[in-house]
Design a protein. Structure first.
Lengths: 116, 113
């Protein structure tokens, strides 16, 4: 597609439920990143996938959070047993790792998660 | 520790006036520096980037930024602000390995008429 696509754009869930957030990166981009944007916290890195290498999970806040990237393209961020503090906007970005556009991250519009 | 500081949480500028948004960074490696803009309900749009070379970089929408290594700064400027520039602006730092960006907490720009 033309840009990074995220779905759903909004998600309301009850505390304790699991949620899945999806990211479709720009075609051909080998790196994919998840960030969380909370009120007053700015943007926090969660996880990133770089080509075929093992993902860097160092930003995941707890073991309730996980992500996978299938076929080197689409990624799903899963939050299990959601808590109210998980309410935030989850942003996905992708980039190339070579060429003139290397290391420029392009962002999707985000998924706004509300945990009631 | 690696960090980005945007000292101004909120700035109000009159339409047509000049703008400077401050950004200071602390980074162990050679920094790649970025400014992004976010309008309400939108994702982040890249305004400009600095990787190497000329320390004054031009971006979209008439913005420019200057990298000053001695001051660890990468301030964003625009000579004449338009009402449509009202948004939140984020400074970020990364590296050539393509690791995740470290963002400042953002500066909200309001434009008065």
């Amino acid at each position: 597609g033309a840009g990074v696509s995220q779905s759903p754009s909004n998600k309301v869930t009850e505390k304790g439920k699991d949620v899945e957030l999806r990211c479709d990166p720009i075609s051909g981009h080998t790196a994919l990143y998840w960030y969380r944007q909370s009120l007053g916290q700015g943007l926090e890195f969660l996880i990133y996938f770089q080509g075929n290498s093992a993902p860097d999970k160092s930003g995941l806040p707890s073991d309730r959070f996980s992500a996978e990237r299938t076929g080197g393209s689409v990624s799903t961020l899963t939050i299990q047993r959601t808590q109210q503090e998980d309410s935030a906007v989850y942003l996905c970005a992708s980039s190339l790792l070579s060429g003139r556009a290397k290391n420029i991250q392009y962002f999707g519009a985000g998924t706004r998660l509300s945990v009631l | 520790a690696q960090s980005v500081t945007q000292p101004d949480i909120h700035i109000t500028v009159s339409e047509g006036a000049s703008l400077e948004l401050r950004c200071n960074y602390s980074y162990g490696a050679t920094p790649y520096l970025f400014w992004y803009v976010q309008s309400p309900g939108q994702g982040l749009q890249l305004l400009l980037k600095y990787f190497s070379g000329d320390t004054l970089v031009q971006g979209i929408k008439g913005f420019e930024a200057e990298f000053k290594r001695s001051q660890s700064s990468f301030n964003l400027r625009k000579p004449s602000v338009h009402w449509s520039d009202a948004a939140e602006y984020f400074c970020a730092v990364g590296d050539q390995a393509g690791t995740a960006l470290i963002f400042g907490k953002g500066t909200t720009l309001s434009v008065s008429s």
